[in-house]
Design a protein around this ligand. Structure first.
Ligand code: ATP
Length: 619
């Protein structure tokens, strides 16, 4: 039903909608954006951030359908949400200093006051955190006994996050928003002293709990007082709901849900929606939940202001190309940060170590082999730094908000298309521009089949690969960097590589023994004199049959060295990686299913009854 609209708002929205319609759908180079105000406004809108000035910049008047008007006449300013609690409004204005809302924020907050359950899908970096924190606090203020609020000895909000980094980041945002209410936020994540967390729960106010599933469950099972505190929870939020399930937290989530009062509001937030999440939503959300999808079904699930490209090169060319891409980007964006994602922890360590030798830029590396203290410190330093580079595994793939990341490079195929989307979402946040590059080898090109609805073009720098390979300054520095690497680290990266890629045969269209060949090329081009020895038992464990082995060893460069070691322990994907283990085989299929879900649904909010069938359709 069409909302009552003030005439000025209606005109602005018609103009804004017109701007969106006349704008081209391809992304121009960042440098040309300044010259195109209407286009820039379109990009900001596509990124999910409203811009008042942009809405009025567009002059083309067009007849816009009622449906478009409804979407565009949602409130755009926080002060239009009349029901907001005074303290919440104060925090937004004075602490965050925000005036306008992002698209997902206006979609969600325009429903206030409400305590209904919601499933919200919005692109990465579009302000989902505040979009769930604000309604949660509003529900708490409306539904909690004032005496309980005064005493502060019962938790009222529980937020579950897949990774420690994200939990800490959400806790920071929650502290800012709750500061005017004088509520306290506890962040319960693994890797930190449980005893200290319990002491703080006993000694300080308890209002908002943010945590990772493992530590939350541990506390629920072992701390009776914590179980009592949870009896006050009014709102449960699952952030990055998709990833929580991808990481195998289904059982943990179910037991967290069981320990909370039945009479509560539940909010699911995610940038992607998989089949698994639909199934858990069915059991955890009330049947009349509200579904909000802010992603236009005709639009890619990545931010349009991020220029995305791919390159397919053999390993011999990949490292020089990576160095050149970073170099060229840094020349144009000296203060922009670069994030380089690798599929395995060992690979992350090796690439970071190589680039330590190669560049003078400030370098960071982040992966699960670091202690929690080191991870937090690295994460903080990278956040505050300027113009630095981070080599990282998927611990940084989702939800983490590092300001000013201008380039995201993914070396090797990610664990899924969803993971690609989340990784590339570390740039182009809050409506800013950014660049994403996917670097793969011929063995991996089958992955592009599942990416064909994303706007990837061929990488421009890669077109100069012959010239890059002739760059003696670059290649000699690279050789020196390779020589400086610890042979054991290289061997570890090799076995991790095999563990990762043998689990990805669903998406690799090449014969399996190409993986073995490719692993050897990989390692030789990262500095190994020759590929490590692999025993028959080890190869059998990875599923290489004797025929493929003999053909691959006859083709191997220099053969296997003796005296090597098999240290494969099932790959070293970080826990945060998705679809590892039992689910790996289902990648391509489950992806295409979620695509069809994306395509079939219309953008915008709907009452769940209208589309529950489609949402939960058995596909
Ligand atoms: N209304 C707003 N105005 C300006 N900036 C905002 C607003 N809301 C959020 N931001 C900023 O936008 C950035 C992205 O926000 P946030 O991390 O909540 O996005 P997200 O959608 O949760 O991203 P992801 O999917 O990666 O988790 C943050 O730096 C945040 O501070």
């Amino acid at each position: 039903m069409l909302r009552m609209l003030r005439p000025a708002m209606r005109l602005a929205s018609v103009q804004a909608a017109a701007a969106a319609r006349i704008a081209p759908r391809t992304v121009p180079a960042a440098s040309s954006l300044k010259a195109l105000p209407a286009f820039t406004s379109y990009l900001q809108r596509s990124a999910g951030f409203h811009s008042h000035s942009s809405a009025f910049q567009a002059v083309n008047q067009e007849v816009v359908s009622e449906e478009e008007i409804v979407e565009d006449t949602l409130p755009t300013r926080f002060d239009e949400i009349a029901s907001l609690h005074l303290n919440t409004a104060k925090a937004i204005k004075n602490v965050f200093k925000y005036e306008t809302m992002s698209k997902v924020q206006s979609e969600v907050l325009s429903l206030l006051p409400t305590d209904s359950d919601m499933f919200v899908k919005a692109k990465t970096g579009t302000g989902k955190t505040l979009a769930f924190l604000i309604p949660a606090l509003e529900t708490v203020m409306a539904k909690t006994d004032p005496k309980v609020l005064r005493n502060g000895d019962m938790a009222t909000v529980m937020i579950v996050s897949p990774t420690r980094e994200l939990a800490q980041q959400i806790a920071e945002e929650a502290r800012k928003l709750a500061s005017t209410h004088r509520f306290n936020v506890h962040c319960l994540v693994g890797g930190e002293s449980k005893g200290q967390q319990i002491r703080q729960l006993n000694n300080k106010r308890v209002d908002i709990i943010v945590g990772t599933p493992g530590r939350l469950n541990d506390m629920i099972e072992s701390v009776g007082e914590f179980r009592r505190q949870l009896e006050g929870v009014k709102t449960l939020i699952l952030d990055e709901a998709d990833q929580l399930l991808d990481m195998g937290f289904k059982d943990s989530i179910e037991s967290i849900v069981d320990s909370l009062p039945k009479d509560r509001q539940t909010l699911f937030f995610s940038a992607t929606v998989s089949k698994q999440i639909k199934s858990i939503a069915r059991t955890s959300l009330k049947p009349d939940f509200t579904f909000i999808d802010t992603v236009d079904p005709n639009e890619a699930n990545t931010n349009l202001q991020v220029n995305q490209s791919y390159c397919i090169t053999p390993y011999e060319q990949q490292l020089p190309l990576l160095a050149r891409i970073i170099e060229e980007h840094k020349a144009q964006n000296p203060n922009g940060k670069v994030m380089v994602f690798l599929p395995t922890t060992r690979g992350t360590q090796l690439y970071a170590s190589l680039f330590e030798e190669l560049t003078s830029y400030r370098l960071f590396s982040l992966h699960s082999k670091k202690s929690q203290e080191q991870r937090t410190r690295t994460s903080d330093r990278f956040r505050k730094s300027r113009g630095s580079i981070m080599f990282t595994s998927d611990v940084s793939a989702r939800g983490v908000d590092y300001p000013d990341v201008s380039l995201v490079i993914q070396v090797g195929i990610p664990s899924s298309k969803e993971q690609y989307i989340h990784r590339v979402g570390r740039t182009g946040r809050a409506g800013k521009t950014g660049e994403g590059v996917l670097m793969i080898t011929p063995m991996e090109k089958g992955f592009l089949n599942v990416m064909n609805d994303l706007p990837l073009t061929q990488n421009e720098t890669a077109k100069n690969i012959d010239e890059i390979m002739q760059d003696e300054h670059l290649t000699s520095r690279l050789e020196a960097a390779k020589q400086a690497q610890d042979p054991e680290m290289i061997r570890d990266a090799f076995t991790a590589y095999l563990g990762y890629y043998t689990g990805r045969t669903d998406v690799l269209t090449c014969p399996k023994n190409d993986i073995l060949e490719s692993a050897k090329e990989y390692i030789v081009n990262l500095g190994a004199d020759e590929p490590p020895h692999l025993s028959d038992m080890f190869l059998t464990k990875l599923g290489f049959n004797s025929r493929s082995r003999s053909s691959s060893s006859s083709r191997s460069r220099g053969g296997f060295s003796s005296g090597g070691r098999d240290n494969y322990k099932g790959g070293d994907r970080d826990r945060s990686s998705s679809r590892y283990g039992g689910q790996r085989g289902g990648y391509a299929r489950s992806n295409s299913r979620s695509n069809s879900f994306d395509r079939n649904d219309r953008t915008g909010r709907r009452d769940s009854r209208d589309f529950t069938d489609k949402f939960f359709s058995k596909d």
